[in-house]
Structures are given as C-alpha cells and as structure tokens.
Design a protein. Structure first.
Length: 126
C-alpha cells in the first residue's frame, strides 16, 4: 500500500495576506479558494512541480499561526532559488552549504519557517 503525503496545513493569521505571499512572492499555484461557510475557508496552494500542496484558511487547524518549522522544498539549484526568491521580494537567507545539501531559508508573514534544499550527492568517483 502506498501512503502519499499530498496536503499539509500551514497555520496563518490572515488568509489573504498569506495567499498573496505564497502565490505572488514565492510562486505557488493557487488551486482552490473556497468559502465553505462563514467559519470555514479552504485555500490550497501548490509549489511548482510538487506532488504535495499546502492549505491555509479559516477553521482548518488549531495550531497557532506561525508555529510550523522545517517545511522543506527541494530544488535543483539553491543559488537560482535564492536569486528568484530575492527577485520576488522574499526575505531569504544566504545560501548555507552543508555536507548533506545547500539550503536557503525564509519565513512567511506569520513566521512559518521554510527550508529550500539543493540535495548534494557525495562524490564517489575517487
């Protein structure tokens, strides 16, 4: 049996502000924005090329806004991701080189913390 992670709730305080950040700044695709009733709004956003989306909204989670850390996106080129995020107006860290990958970090307006990783494969030629 396959178990596929396809949706992660991200707790935010202002749905419209968060949607604008993820779509206009980070470049996620807005898949759904549905007001189910006055206490439930479901917004689904997907990073380009990803099989997993995030959801933000009203009435979706009891987690405090900004409480998620370690959300991770994987890219082919950390330098290109860094440059693109900067060009889109995202406050992003410098590229952090580690033995297991190259990373850049950013936070959404509520403080939910994201890692963007370029996976580094060990050199086995030697």
């Amino acid at each position: 049996m396959d178990y596929k992670l396809e949706l992660v709730c991200v707790p935010v305080s202002d749905v419209d502000r968060a949607k604008e950040f993820y779509v206009e700044r980070v470049g996620f695709v807005a898949d759904h924005d549905q007001r189910v009733n006055e206490s439930l709004r479901f917004v689904q956003l997907t990073p380009p090329g990803s099989g997993c989306s995030i959801c933000i909204g009203d009435g979706l989670t009891t987690m405090p806004a900004g409480s998620l850390e370690g959300l991770q996106l994987v890219v082919d080129d950390a330098d290109a991701a860094h440059a693109e995020l900067l060009a889109r107006g995202v406050e992003v860290s410098d590229v952090d080189d580690q033995p297991w990958g190259r990373f850049v970090y950013f936070k959404d307006p509520d403080g939910n913390a994201w890692n963007v990783q370029q996976i580094v494969r060990p050199d086995t030629s030697g």
